[in-house]
Design a protein around this ligand. Sequence first.
Ligand SMILES: [Zn+2]
Length: 168
Amino acid sequence: MENKLLEFWDYKLFIEQLNNEKHRNSFINMLCEVAELEFLSKLPREIGEDKLISYINKMNAKYNAQYDSHYLKERWVKIFKSQLYNSVTEAVLIILKRDKNKCQYCNRINKLQIHHVIPKDEKRYRGVNSYYNLVVACEQCNHEISNAIYIPQNWWHLHPESKHCPNY
Ligand SMILES: [Zn+2]
């Protein structure tokens, strides 16, 4: 998939992508990842890692989903337990450097902001200021994505900087 903001909330484009043989698989994968993140955002933060697997299984039953609990546990820990920052300001330099000072959705290099992949929205998602949940986005992408979940390219392959992120 091209590295630009795909307005997947645009219904027409959505159908086009689904009907496009070449893009279908990556598009479906992307939608699955979004569903997975929605699912992860429903897990309580305060739960111990030892109880996470059984909790994910309960959630699977409740939402009639069949996620691989070990795989999901890894991702949950990565997002919510990787280096946490007390404020976005504290994270700005680290995240800007990691993302090479460009928007991770459209590669723009001006009007950059820090974006939450899982939104901060207290009621629904409760995204955190963590190493993996923060990415650089330009003002326009940040605004367009708003409270949707949209995964930047290569998000799961981000390399942590060991100095700031001892566990990951
Ligand atoms: Zn952008």
